[in-house]
Design a protein around this ligand. Structure first.
Ligand code: BES
Ligand code: MN
Ligand code: ZN
Length: 494
């Protein structure tokens, strides 16, 4: 898909579809809507009234008003926050998703602020996304959206840069979606590592991968414990992006859960809960996506991506409840439920990360069903002891239109992890399940400021919602990038 900046006037642009955002209640006042209506001799307003289009968030109206060069016009309701990055992105997501098989669409952005333009461009990529790699014959879409024209007054270098950034961001999210959507027989730990390596090579950034022998040498015994039941080797991945010519850049690691399939191990999941468990490497997908996006955008931040990857299966050698293993940092861990595998893999990765001298670590994991019970399917749980980080991350999420809600690292629940036979049990009781998971992770981060994001809900959707269709969403990539940018933003008030 190609994105171009076009100075064609909206009424004159040749296109299959012209998309226009309309703020809440502005359907009668918006200057562009009025101009199109006039050209169509009142037919657009008639349809607006007929279909009760009021510019409400999420509302869309497709019309063929005539009098304009565009074959169709799409009005997209942007609600009462119509000039935000999130609203601009929503406009483009809707426009691109209704016109996936069109040749060209044109989008009139709600403003020409570079950030808004970047939001629109990334949104066009998100809306146009389809996972078609496994379709054959006439199921293969014959056409896909080829050109998006962004209608602006002036083509400035700043806007060109915003377009490039939007492409980089949108493609990084879509890469993360591809990784999550790929079936688990193909997207196994070696394949995940190969993807990271190939992408890193293209961008000229470092990517080190440890195979099973290497992981044994490192001493990641918790990752190896989970891997015991699998016929496929584990991988540990360390990607590094270092900005060129930047002194004293902040140093941040993203850490991801890379369970390419979670059968639950011996504590086997029931079939219904197992069905979507290819999504259990979404944390890894986001982690890789953020590192790649940071490199593509050339952010002045040193970004590390750490991924522990294995399947969680039931083979002869599978780990058992009651087993005790020693983590990378020397703590003994008593296994309680083999379906709580994610925190084990993360524990070793966090213990590895804390040796890197970081300013902070951010982990993403589809960690607990309990988090979805608490927050619903579209909101991630955010855990940290650091007030400033919590605020900064939540703000980044709000700007990008990804939903986070802070949950407490409740001290009182720590006793649920006390074990008779080892330093730690790895699960607590049913109630407070996402909190005890987070408390377990905290044991491994040392003094490094840390945020844990439980993305069990928003990583994978059973129906279209927000920026994404059914399946993998790439949730977290855009917020991660915005968070990194906030660390180096020049404060305007200073
Ligand atoms: N991968 C699952 C969590 C999950 C559930 C992610 C639903 C996405 C959708 C995780 O490994 C798991 O099985 N967690 C258990 C923990 C329990 C055994 C303490 C859970 O949530 O039931
Ligand atoms: Mn599990
Ligand atoms: Zn899992």
């Amino acid at each position: 898909m190609k994105v171009t900046l076009s100075t064609d006037p909206p009424l004159k642009v040749t296109t299959d579809l012209l998309a226009v955002g309309v703020a809440d209640g502005q359907q009668g006042r918006d200057p562009l809507v009025k101009a199109i209506d006039k050209a169509s001799q009142g037919s657009l307003k008639k349809q607006i009234r007929l279909e009760k289009f009021e510019g409400k968030d999420g509302q869309v109206l497709k019309a063929t008003p005539g009098g304009v060069k565009a074959k169709q016009v799409l009005l997209v309701g942007l609600g009462d926050q119509s000039s935000t990055v999130a609203a601009a992105r929503t406009l483009a997501v809707r426009a691109a998703s209704v016109s996936q098989s069109y040749g060209t669409i044109a989008i009139a952005p709600p403003s020409e602020a570079p950030d808004v333009v970047r939001g629109v461009v990334s949104g066009a990529f998100l809306g146009a996304y389809r996972f078609t790699r496994y379709l054959t014959g006439d199921r293969v879409p014959s056409k896909s959206l080829s050109t998006v024209k962004l209608l602006v007054d002036k083509r400035t270098p700043e806007l060109r840069e915003a377009v490039q950034a939007g492409v980089a961001l949108g493609e990084s999210v879509n890469h993360a979606r591809d990784l999550t959507n790929a079936p688990p027989n193909d997207m196994n730990p070696p394949a995940l590592a190969d993807f990271a390596k190939a992408q890193a090579k293209d961008l000229g950034i470092q990517c080190k991968v440890w195979d099973k022998k290497g992981v044994q040498k490192l001493g990641m015994n918790l990752l190896l414990a989970v891997n015991r039941g699998s016929a496929v080797e584990p991988r540990f991945i360390h990607m590094t992006y270092k900005p060129k010519g930047v002194k004293d850049a902040p140093k941040v690691a993203f850490v991801g859960k890379g369970i390419t399939f979670d059968a639950g191990g011996l504590c086997l999941k029931p079939p219904k809960s197992m069905l979507d468990m290819k999504c259990d490497m979404s944390g890894a997908a986001v982690t890789i996506g953020v590192v790649l996006a940071a490199a593509r955008l050339g952010l002045p931040v040193e970004v590390h991506g750490l991924v522990g990857s294995t399947e969680n299966m039931t083979g002869d050698e599978a780990y058992r409840p009651g087993d005790v293993f020693t983590s990378l940092d020397g703590k003994t861990v008593e296994i309680i439920n083999t379906d709580a595998e994610g925190r084990l893999v993360l524990a070793d990765a966090l213990a590895y990360g804390r040796e890197l001298g970081l300013d902070c670590m951010v982990d993403h994991a589809t960690l607990t069903g309990a988090c979805m019970v608490a927050l619903g399917p579209w909101t991630a749980g955010l855990f940290t002891d650091d007030e400033e980080l919590a605020e900064r991350y939540a703000t980044a999420g709000a700007v990008e239109g990804e939903s986070y809600w802070r949950l407490p690292l409740e001290k009182a629940l720590r006793e649920m992890l006390e074990s008779e036979v080892a330093d730690l049990k790895h699960t607590g009781e049913r109630h407070g399940g996402s909190i005890t998971a987070a408390l377990f992770l905290r044991e491994f981060v040392g003094d490094t400021p840390w945020i844990h994001l439980d993305i069990a809900g928003p990583a994978f959707q059973d129906r279209p919602h927000g920026y994404s269709g059914k399946g993998g969403t790439g949730f977290g990539v855009m917020t991660g990038v915005r968070f990194l940018e906030s660390l180096v933003a020049v404060d305007e008030e200073e």
